[in-house]
Design a protein around this ligand. Structure first.
Ligand code: TRP
Length: 445
């Protein structure tokens, strides 16, 4: 049998996993969700969920991968037959849907780079730009094409580039933070993030935080499982998971601290949704010496973070087709990539001609977000906990995690989490989510 490939180094593994995890979810989605859901309240719920649900699920997923030495669908199939394989299929479906709109945002970023490079400034009115029909679609297709090409020719160079780009991103975030918190009126933004208040404590905020934990940590999509299958037995899984979750959360919080003081300082609306960072950041750059040079650098780094995530997402989908339908890599990436690109078009149009189209009260873009973040990902995580916790058994995984002398100190807590705390929490939040969707539907009538 062919030997399964392994990570060349621990650092390579950490960077690749962090590279898939840190993406638009941190820089774009986290700030806008926080803005919509009361700032501090959202942050706290999010942090709690990362600890009691994100890290335990991540440990589980990674250990299942290392124990089976397979990718998602095949791994669950091996452990629990056809029924268990459904868990993997849910993840593939989620990756397919997520990438379709991820690429629309990726297109916005390319537009910014082009705009800064040619006019030294951002597009004047971003809402008006996204409301256009053709240009945003064009850049979305460019982003998807880049993703397809990289997956097609292979991702070898990425690991090397990541070693420079990821630290670069953190440094630039720091520069932005310094500028943002020294703007007049910045305190209001800091208070929005860090001052305890019950504002925005609603079910939909809790629900959004749950979805965001899965989304941002790239859980329940098979990617953590697949990466785990390349992991050496002597690596400490819980320790690595804590580090990855820590880096990912730090990136998200830093993005928040870079953005909200500026939002309040410039008198913008924190609740404006997906266009939030595209509206605020240019104003910060306009107040920095040589701002447009920093802006280009920042959006290039952001594009890079987006691409390292988008290729991993396409990889989730295409490796499924390669394993299960025996498609070649080329056939899988091109056919599925094109289908995903087509599905992204209505998402792009949701900010313009299709803005009045309502599916259960959501526009197309928000509808796809809702299906993935609030249904598919938590459901996948829930089923995984139930399967591992009650059917297959956490004992086997503890053995896997503790192979080659690794000590898993918190194993009791982890077993409690995946058997009880995590699934119950996910179930409660999901049921609450359905209730709030139902209310939206009623309200929309
Ligand atoms: N975590 C990524 C981000 O924050 C998005 C993402 C979700 C992802 N699931 C994934 C990326 C699976 C790669 C693979 O942007």
């Amino acid at each position: 049998m062919e030997k399964r490939s392994q990570w060349a180094s621990s650092l390579g593994f950490l960077l690749a996993t962090a590279g898939a995890a840190i993406g638009l979810g941190n820089l774009w989605k986290f700030p806008y969700l926080m803005g919509r859901n009361g700032g501090f309240t959202f942050l706290i719920i999010y942090l709690i969920f990362v600890v009691v649900l994100g890290i335990p699920v991540m440990i589980t997923e990674m250990a299942v991968g290392r124990s089976t030495q397979k990718s998602a669908v095949a791994a669950y199939h091996k452990l629990g037959g056809k029924k268990a394989a459904v868990i993997g299929v849910l993840g593939v479906l989620a990756a397919f849907l997520i990438l379709s709109y991820y690429s629309v945002i990726g297109g916005w970023i390319i537009k910014y780079i082009v705009s800064y490079a040619t006019t030294l400034s951002a597009p004047a009115d971003f809402a008006a730009y996204t409301a256009q029909t053709w240009e945003p679609i064009l850049w979305h297709l460019v982003f998807m094409a880049m993703t397809i090409v990289i997956c097609y020719v292979g991702t070898k160079g990425i690991e090397k580039v990541s070693k420079v780009m990821m630290p670069g991103l953190f440094i630039l975030l720091l520069v932005l933070i310094v500028r943002s918190v020294t703007l007049p009126g910045a305190e209001k933004g800091l208070a929005f993030i860090f001052q305890p208040s019950g504002e925005g404590l609603t079910f939909s905020a809790i629900n959004a935080a749950l979805g965001q934990v899965f989304y941002s940590l790239s859980l329940a999509m098979g990617i953590t499982l697949t990466y785990g299958s390349y992991l050496h037995k002597k690596e400490n899984i819980p320790g690595n998971c804590a580090k990855i979750a820590g880096m990912d959360t730090m990136a998200a919080v830093m993005a928040g601290v870079a953005i909200f003081p500026a939002v309040f300082s410039f008198g913008l609306e924190p609740t404006q949704g997906p266009v939030l960072i595209f509206d605020t950041l240019p104003q910060v750059f306009a107040n920095i010496p040589a701002g447009s040079a920093f802006a280009i650098l920042f959006f290039v780094l952001m594009l890079f973070a987006a691409v390292t995530s988008s290729i991993a997402l396409l990889e989730c989908v295409s490796s499924f087709a390669m394993d299960n339908f025996h498609w070649s890599r080329r056939k899988a990436t091109v056919i599925l990539g094109v289908l995903i690109a087509l599905l992204g078009i209505p998402s792009s149009l949701s900010f313009g001609v299709l803005s009045d189209l309502s599916i259960l009260g959501y526009n197309f873009f928000d509808f796809i977000c809702m299906i993935t973040d609030n249904i598919l990902l938590p459901l996948g995580g829930l089923l995984m906990c139930i399967f591992v916790g009650w059917v297959w058994g956490p004992k086997m995984l503890v053995e896997e995690i503790e192979s080659e002398g690794v000590k898993f100190r918190l194993k009791k807590a982890w077993i409690w989490c995946i058997r009880l705390v995590t699934p119950v929490l996910i179930a409660v939040v999901m049921i609450g989510g359905f209730v709030s969707i139902y209310q939206v539907v009623i309200g929309a009538r």
